[in-house]
Design a protein around this ligand. Structure first.
Ligand SMILES: *Cc1c(COP(=O)(O)O)cnc(C)c1O
Length: 403
């Protein structure tokens, strides 16, 4: 175990936090503990409420040493007391909503968010008696007007999927805390290294660890990081009772990926900036959105709040029909970039996201909210997750399809 209290840099933290040589064998690499049960030398209770911080391992739905290792690593990278890992990013989002919201409560959710979260908040929460309202979180006046005395949670996502609009987290957190609401932020697009969420006042940081934290596109998982008392509540509710725990095998894979996170995000960002600049001057491209470009409408906020621009960018080529036919061309012609959903992998991934389709199925926006969406996305965007390949090869590949 990491016994030192000396502050360490992010690369050392990513490699060593949560890990220790195996005391039984001296193995330098962490073992995978595939055990569901743990032999007990104590007669203890069998309720989720019997769980203590230093309870011995008993059953893997409570805790497992391999999953613990990953939880400690993510907490250390995020700079929080604690973290819980769950079966997917969606399990993490559901855990936040169902742990902290009850019938009669109000939740404020970003009007654009990961589509699964958007649909969960619009369709499932009202069935549970939770009132959800949706607001453009980049409009602070709209946020102020939407908060209520019974608002228990404000759920943000920044940069938001898929349009890369940003939320001023310090300002939103201040307003939310004034009415006694918790603030959660889906920080999947930035990973734990992209923002100082403690300084920004975020109470619960969620990640789809399927993305940058794993980094290799071979395991699905989710995480929520925050204060120990909040994470303990999630562990009881979502882990032990709802049961959507992460398997130790996936925890091991994702921890292995997390060890190189600081190096990888740097390369993802360097590649994304190079591609964004190249696309901005490409004759077939009419607009590029990337928080690290001066042309991003919230560039100043990006500079203030984010430590880097992320590995995600979007670009537009024209109306929906033009986008659609170019998507077809990409499927046929791309040799390196995979035409596929998801993000944060070492392989580059691209996907066409048509605006009207998303409006009809997931976001259901109208008026000023729909206008703000279109200001960032037009009739649709190509969302590019820039991988770790040589940027010059990615440019050659895109050029093959952008004809
Ligand atoms: C992928 C993603 C999720 C959902 O995560 P899964 O691991 O696929 O369940 C949530 N939020 C964002 C921003 C994502 O990109």
């Amino acid at each position: 175990m990491d016994r030192s209290n000396t502050p360490r840099g992010p690369m050392t933290t990513a490699i060593h936090a949560g890990e220790a040589p195996d005391p039984a064998t001296g193995a330098s690499a962490p073992p995978i503990h595939m055990s569901s049960s743990f032999v007990s030398d104590d007669i203890s209770g069998f309720s989720a409420h019997d769980i203590q911080d230093h309870s011995p391992y008993s059953y893997a739905r409570w805790a497992n040493p391999t999953t613990d290792m990953l939880e400690r690593k993510i907490a250390a990278l995020q700079g929080t007391d604690a973290c819980i890992c769950l079966a997917s990013g969606m399990a993490a989002a559901t855990a936040i909503f169902l742990t902290f919201l009850s019938a009669g409560d109000h939740v404020l959710v970003s009007d654009v968010s990961y589509v699964g979260v958007a649909e969960l908040a619009r369709d499932t929460l009202p069935r549970m008696g939770v009132e959800a309202s949706f607001v453009n979180m980049s409009d602070l006046d709209a946020v102020a007007a939407a908060l209520r005395p019974n608002t228990r949670l404000v759920h943000t996502e920044t940069p938001v999927n898929p349009i890369l609009r940003l939320t001023d987290l310090a300002a939103v957190s201040k307003m939310a805390h004034e009415v006694g609401a918790l603030v959660s932020c889906d920080s999947t697009f930035l990973s734990p290294l992209g923002m100082d969420t403690n300084a920004l006042g975020v109470d619960l940081v969620m990640h789809s660890i399927t993305k940058y934290i794993c980094g290799h596109g071979d395991a699905v998982g989710g995480a929520v990081a925050g204060r120990a008392d909040l994470i303990r509540q999630i562990r009881i509710e979502a882990g032990i009772h709802h049961g959507g725990i992460l398997s130790p095998f996936n925890a091991w894979l994702i921890a292995r990926g997390a060890s190189t996170l600081p190096l990888r995000v740097r390369a993802h960002c360097d590649g994304a900036l190079a591609l964004a600049q190249w696309l901005e001057s490409h004759p077939k491209v009419i607009h590029v959105t990337y928080p690290g470009l001066v042309s991003h409408p919230q560039y100043n906020l990006a500079q203030r709040q984010m430590t880097y621009g992320s590995g995600m960018l979007t670009f537009q080529v024209g109306d929906a029909a033009t986008g659609q036919s170019l998507a077809r061309q990409m499927i046929d012609r791309l040799e390196i970039i995979h035409y596929a959903v998801s993000l944060g992998h070492h392989r580059s991934l691209i996907f066409w996201m048509e605006t009207q389709g998303l409006m009809d199925t997931s976001f259901r926006l109208s008026g000023a909210a729909a206008e703000s969406y279109r200001a960032f996305a037009g009739d649709g965007v190509f969302r590019l997750s820039v991988g770790l390949e040589d940027p010059s090869d990615l440019m050659t590949d895109l050029d093959r399809a952008l004809v």
